[in-house]
Each structure stands twice: as structure tokens, then as C-alpha cells.
Design a protein around this ligand. Structure first.
Ligand code: FRU
Length: 475
């Protein structure tokens, strides 16, 4: 362990004892203490799922980036490991930015962005972002191998390498900003150390952002999915409401060819807090995605408790015939289920009814009979802070937060699906809610900050019918 990493560990051990745990997650991954943003280096290696993440151990705000590290056997229980990377080389002196991991024979290889200024830090002309390599045999301590790709001429923002193996080569996509245009650039290598430029894989048309962060490129259903997080898209009606978006395009690509895009940009998630998702493969071939469950520049009340930021649940993604991603909670999460409680409710008429005294770690299941419900609003409410409801006039499913004390008030929503039944799986943890709509059709993920946790069902101005409802208490 280097001195820089030992110092980070020391700081974390001290700070960990001072946390206020009221909003600390029970089954999601969050930093031991300090700040977390993007998931990095998600990978299966040596019998474990590894999750690295952007981490600032010394404070609850973003700062010189380290790579935090945790591992899990089952995607549900996480064990923290020592900080994997710290900004300590000439190539990454101002931060080890986002990147990915691949298994190369017996080795685990991390490919990440070295972030460095040469001169005044407030001037982007002095910014250099380069791609770096670090390797490990035990999956715990990493040997720095230095820079493997320099900043291309004319670029300053050039980051977040995602590497995969295809045929007899390694490929890498990197996010970039050319002037005011977001790009994804492609590279190829046979050894992870020397890389050939393969050009621009995709570029933002007008209105699609000045920088594309955290690209990922994978195959589902015989098609290629380009997932990325554009900065600079404007809000439009119900769309693109968060400061930055995360979404995907689909198309066709094979080595040596250009990417031919087949479908328009779609947002991945429809809640307040979802950014910088990254995917990985499980050993049985499932494509799984985790994102950062927070948003740049949004208030994070847990900062006063000694930590900040968490990751979403792992989600299995598939592509349907209309080129739309479907996301379902990783099936391993069913192992967290303990006791099931059915709620004795079938119809609600202009009323609110408590169904759970303390909803903290729960998977709530609801099947609303859309055809048999005429209430103007019906759904669930966590005290006066959070509501998830059908807005019958707008024909939308709405996730609403109401925490004026934290300046976190507002709604996100998704059009009601065209089905007779609206089926919802809703995962509550201490400061988060993740909604899975109709077995994969949409997700809404938001941070919540409850002071009390009674959960109720309600229907206003009319009747609402529930085909089934209840909750699993989660471990
Ligand atoms: C995305 C991002 C990445 C960058 C990292 C820095 O949230 O801005 O582009 O590598 O965070 O922490």
C-alpha cells in the first residue's frame, strides 16, 4: 500500500466512526465515509463482483478523485476493500477519474483517466486528460502502469475509458468534447498498453450536448447499444429534467465499420437521481448496469452526516424489439427478501390508508387496475415527503419529492403504459426509492430524506382498484 493510499485509509477509519447513519443505505453501495460519484470498473473477477467508484475520502464534497473499492458475492451484500487508486503519479496528479476494468488472463486491469492541470487550474486550456492502466493479481492492490493514451491534439476533455474484448482485440470507447460537441472516440489494442486510434464512433448532433461522459458500448439482441451521459441537453417538456442526462442509442457496428445509428436517444431512467451508469457481464452472461444515484449540483442532505452519494441497485438490461432497454432488478436481490406482508386493500375511495408503520428497507409490490380506477390521483405516500402516484388527468406515473427543508421538491414522471394493469416494484432504502414499472418498461430512481416512515395508499377524487399489493421486508 502506498503512503497516499494509507493516508486515505486512515482518514476513512476515523471518519467512519463519526457517521450519522439515519440515511445510510442498508443494501445499496455507499462510501465508508466521504464522497462517492460514478461507478467504475464494474467486473466479475476471481469469484467476486467488484465495484469501484469515484471517491473523495477526505470530505463529503467532490475533490481529488480516488477509486474506492468494494466486492460482493451476490450483488446484494457489499464488503469494503482498501482504496484502489489515489492521485499520486505525474499522469493523474489531480485525480483518478472514471474508467473500467477487464480481466486479462490472471490479471485484473483497471483503465482510468488521469486528470492533470499544467498551470492554472481554473483554465481548461491547461487541462490534460490521459488514459492510464493499473494491474493486479489479487484484485485488491494495484500496480500503476502509467499513461497508455495521451490527450489527442485539440482536446482537453477526454475521459472515462470503457474497455471490452471482441474477437482477438481489446476495444475502448472514450468520452470527449470537441469544441462544443460531445463525442465518443474508439481505440483498439492487442495488449492494453499500446492503443491505435479508430476514429470517432459517434458525435452529438445539434442539441445533444457539449460533452459525452462515461460512454459504454455493448451488444444486446444482436444490436449495439451506446450508453452515455451527455452534458448540455436542454429540458424539453417532461424530458431531460435533470442537470445532466444518461441514455442510449442503438445501432449496428462491428470492428472496422462505422456505427450506424438506428434509434434516437432515450433516457435510461426517469427519476431525479441517476447518472454515469456503467455495465458489466455476470458470469452467466447477463448484462447488468449500475448508476450513481445522485445528481451533480443537487442538494445532498447526507453530507451533514459524513458521507455523500450511493449507487443504484444492479439492474439486468435487455433490449426489446422496439430498440428500448428494459431494466429489471438483478435476480440476486430476491435473496434479500424476508417476510411478506399482504395489505388488506382492494379498493380505495377518496381516502388515504396507512399500510406500513415503518417503511425503511422494503420491496413494495403494487398492481393497479388502471381500467377500473377513475380517481384523479392514486398511489402510495411516504408521510408528506414522497408520493408515487398515477395522475389520471395527465396519464402519467409521477414520483414526487417534497423536502422543502432541503430544497428538494418536485416531480419526475413517465407516461402510463398502455396496459390494463400497472405493475410496480418499489425498492425503498434509508434515503432512496427505485421504481420498476411493468417488469422492465421503465425505472424512476430518486433520493429521499424521510424523517418519519409511515407508508400509506391513497386515492383522491374517485376510486382506485388494486389487484394485488403488499411488501417484502428486506434484510
Ligand atoms: C461523471 C464524471 C466523469 C469523470 C468523473 C469525475 O460524473 O464527471 O466524466 O470522470 O465524473 O469524478
Amino acid at each position: 500500500m502506498t503512503l497516499t493510499i494509507a493516508n486515505a485509509e486512515q482518514a476513512l477509519i476515523e471518519k467512519q466512526h463519526q457517521l450519522n447513519l439515519r440515511w445510510y443505505p442498508h443494501y445499496h453501495l455507499a462510501p465508508r465515509a466521504g464522497w462517492m460519484n460514478d461507478p467504475n470498473g464494474l467486473v466479475w473477477f476471481d469469484g467476486w463482483y467488484h465495484a469501484f467508484y469515484q471517491h473523495h475520502p477526505y470530505s463529503t464534497s467532490w475533490g481529488p478523485m480516488h477509486w474506492g473499492h468494494a466486492r460482493s458475492r451476490d450483488l446484494s451484500h457489499w464488503e469494503h476493500l482498501p482504496t484502489a487508486l489515489a492521485p499520486e503519479g505525474p499522469e493523474d496528479k489531480d485525480g483518478c477519474f472514471s474508467g473500467s476494468a477487464v480481466v486479462n488472463g490472471e490479471e485484473l486491469a483497471l483503465i482510468y483517466t488521469g486528470h492533470k492541470f499544467e498551470g492554472d487550474h481554473t483554465n481548461d486550456d491547461n487541462l490534460y486528460q490521459v488514459q492510464c492502466l493499473a494491474t493486479s493479481e489479487n484484485g485488491i492492490t494495484f500496480a500503476r502502469q502509467g499513461q497508455v493514451i495521451a490527450t489527442p491534439a485539440g482536446l482537453h476533455h477526454f475521459r472515462d475509458p470503457k474497455v471490452w474484448r471482441q474477437g482477438d482485440a481489446w476495444y475502448m470507447v472514450v468520452g470527449a468534447r470537441m469544441g462544443n460537441t460531445g463525442q465518443v472516440r474508439l481505440y483498439r489494442s492487442t495488449c492494453l498498453r499500446e492503443w491505435q486510434e479508430e476514429g470517432v464512433l459517434a458525435e452529438a448532433p445539434a442539441g445533444m450536448g457539449f460533452m459525452w461522459e462515461c460512454p459504454d458500448f455493448f451488444t444486446l439482441n444482436g444490436k449495439q447499444v451506446l450508453m452515455f451521459s451527455p452534458q448540455g441537453m436542454q429540458a424539453q417538456g417532461y424530458k431531460n429534467r435533470n442537470l445532466f442526462q444518461s441514455g442510449y442509442l442503438t445501432g449496428q457496428w462491428q470492428p472496422g465499420d462505422a456505427f450506424s445509428q438506428q434509434s434516437a436517444f432515450q433516457e435510461m431512467d426517469h427519476g431525479h437521481d441517476f447518472y454515469a451508469p456503467q455495465s458489466f457481464l455476470s458470469p452467466d452472461g447477463r448484462r447488468i448496469v449500475m448508476g450513481w444515484m445522485a445528481m451533480w449540483e443537487s442538494p445532498m442532505p447526507e453530507q451533514q452526516d459524513g458521507w455523500a452519494g450511493m449507487l443504484t441497485l444492479p439492474r439486468e438490461v435487455t433490449l426489446d424489439a422496439n430498440n428500448r432497454l428494459q431494466m429489471r432488478p438483478a435476480r440476486e436481490l430476491e435473496n434479500l427478501r424476508q417476510s411478506w406482508l399482504s395489505w388488506p386493500v382492494s379498493t380505495l375511495s377518496n381516502t388515504i390508508m396507512p399500510v406500513m408503520e415503518h417503511c425503511e428497507t422494503a420491496e413494495v409490490m403494487l398492481q393497479w387496475d388502471l381500467a377500473a380506477s377513475d380517481a384523479e390521483q392514486y398511489g402510495i405516500a411516504l408521510e408528506d415527503g414522497m408520493r408515487l402516484y398515477v395522475d389520471n388527468q395527465a396519464q402519467r406515473l409521477v414520483l414526487e419529492r417534497n423536502y422543502p427543508q432541503f430544497s428538494l421538491c418536485g416531480q419526475r414522471s413517465f407516461p402510463l403504459p398502455d396496459t390494463a394493469i400497472l405493475s410496480l416494484r418499489v425498492f425503498f432504502d434509508s434515503s432512496s426509492v427505485e421504481v420498476f414499472v411493468n417488469d422492465g418498461e421503465a425505472t424512476l430512481s430518486s433520493r429521499i430524506y424521510p424523517h418519519a416512515r409511515q407508508l400509506s395508499v391513497f386515492a383522491w377524487s374517485g376510486n382506485a382498484a388494486l389487484k394485488a399489493c403488499g411488501a417484502w421486508h428486506l434484510e
